[in-house]
Write a protein that binds this ligand. Structure first.
Ligand code: HEM
Ligand code: HEM
Length: 181
């Protein structure tokens, strides 16, 4: 599967999945924080519903991404050697773990708190009387969101460091195909 060209960069599906997921994650973070800012009633229901619908799409994208990366995606040699290579690999796995925790905690929050989706249908709360548990689950989801944004920000800084300071091909390996040089 790996020909001379693809050896230097990830396959286009991997690149689409990477940038697509990153876009979804940033949008979901903004929408998630936005839920608290919009007025109660219709606006809150709509923002929350869009957040949950996009979150469900991200969950599907993530399952596909993990399967693709494990079975078909181009596996590139690490850019670093020894311990540094292990650290980078660990960091990438950690990003996957946090992404999975993110969508799982969202799904658990929906199941426990129940939701009105777009005023079209409702998912009944698991335990309507247990408000503290409901708050705790949403808080856990929020903390994971901050951890994910922090780690993803660090990851992006490393990538930019490679591109602008070290001037190597690391960024090119993941660059969207439209911008490939
Ligand atoms: C990368 C993915 C996601 C990010 C970054 C994210 C982020 C957030 C943030 C920051 C909040 C606000 C928490 C608060 O203010 O207390 C939130 C709330 C919430 N999210 Fe997510 N979320 C993601 C995925 C999901 C998914 C997959 C679901 C479910 C399918 C989901 C369901 C919810 C629910 C039910 C709330 C609570 C809404 C409320 O307070 O009324 N999220 N999310
Ligand atoms: C929420 C945001 C992001 C997440 C969760 C994320 C996650 C990942 C993961 C898991 C990998 C490993 C390859 C794979 O399996 O796909 C990766 C690779 C990469 N990412 Fe990100 N990423 C994010 C945003 C960014 C941003 C904003 C940049 C650039 C500014 C970037 C640049 C790169 C590069 C250059 C690679 C290839 C690294 C290598 O070849 O060793 N990523 N990313």
């Amino acid at each position: 599967m790996q020909d001379a060209q693809t050896l230097n960069s990830y396959d286009s599906t991997t690149r689409w999945l990477h940038w697509g997921s990153a876009l979804f994650i940033v949008m979901l973070f903004g929408l998630g924080l936005g839920i608290d800012w919009v007025p109660r009633g219709e606006p809150k229901i709509m923002v929350r519903s869009v957040h949950i619908a996009l979150g469900a799409l991200l969950a599907l994208l993530l399952v596909y991404r993990v399967l693709w990366r494990r079975r078909f995606g181009v596996q590139l040699d690490p850019v670093h050697e020894g311990r540094q290579a292990t650290a980078v690999q660990f960091f990438h796995v950690l990003l996957y773990v946090i992404m999975v925790a993110m969508v799982s905690s969202g799904i658990v929050a929906v199941w426990f708190r129940g939701v009105n989706m777009f005023d079209l249908f409702t998912i009944a709360p698991f335990d309507p009387s247990n408000k503290p548990m409901r708050r705790l689950l949403v808080n856990i989801h929020e903390i994971i969101a901050y951890v994910l944004m922090g780690l993803a920000g660090l990851h992006a800084l490393f990538a930019l460091w490679h591109h602008y300071r070290l001037k190597d091909r690391v960024m090119q390996r993941m660059w969207p195909s439209l911008l490939q040089r």
